[in-house]
Design a binder for this molecule. Structure first.
Ligand SMILES: [Zn+2]
Ligand SMILES: [Zn+2]
Length: 186
């Protein structure tokens, strides 16, 4: 029996492939897909490229991908799925069922995670380590956005100066000199 679509539950999922050799089940209407992570791991093992360093999952065209906002029920166990962001570069979430070890990819989301999947990292998104790193990256970007707003057109120059100071062997001394110029008027 086919599983029901978690977003448009009137429809049944049909067997498909996300890419060559990677079986999944997709909805003919919303075109989202259920991917069992066991199938993903098998596919990864069969296409064994070495694990790569963490790649930037960013994709400027993420606007083309759907992202279901509602909490979804797992099509298999009917329990709630958990939403996980996978990159600071896209607001999309992947829905994951921990009990069944499967994910729901809205239409277009496979393309967003394909690079992560090919480098062996799709199943790592749901780890605490990945999520912590992602939250840190998001916090960094929020802080940068605040500075950008505050400094206006000088932000780019300030960022360049900051980069130069942080890598300079006498960065601390240079910073002290600049700081003192404010208080001593030197
Ligand atoms: Zn659907
Ligand atoms: Zn489930």
């Amino acid at each position: 029996m086919n599983l029901p679509c978690p977003t448009c539950s009137a429809n049944e999922l049909r067997a498909t492939t996300l890419t060559e050799g990677l079986p999944a089940q997709s909805c003919p209407e919303c075109r989202g897909a259920v991917l069992p992570l066991i199938a993903y791991r098998d596919w990864r093992n069969a296409h064994a490229a070495p694990d790569e360093a963490i790649v930037d999952a960013g994709d400027a065209s993420s606007a083309a991908a759907d992202d279901s906002k509602a909490m979804l029920h797992c099509p298999q166990c009917k329990g709630f799925m958990t939403k996980f962001r996978f990159s600071a570069d896209t607001a999309n979430h992947i829905d994951h069922c921990d009990r069944c070890d499967l994910v729901w990819l809205d239409h277009g989301e496979w393309r967003l995670v394909e690079q992560l999947a090919r480098s062996g990292q799709l199943a790592k998104i749901f780890d605490a380590v990945w999520q912590k790193r992602l939250r840190e990256e998001q916090a960094k970007r929020r802080a940068e956005a605040r500075w950008r707003e505050q400094l206006g057109e000088d932000f780019a120059k300030a960022k360049e100066l900051r980069g130069w100071l942080t890598t300079h062997p006498k960065g601390k001394e240079l910073l002290a000199y600049l700081f003192l110029s404010q208080t001593e008027g030197a």
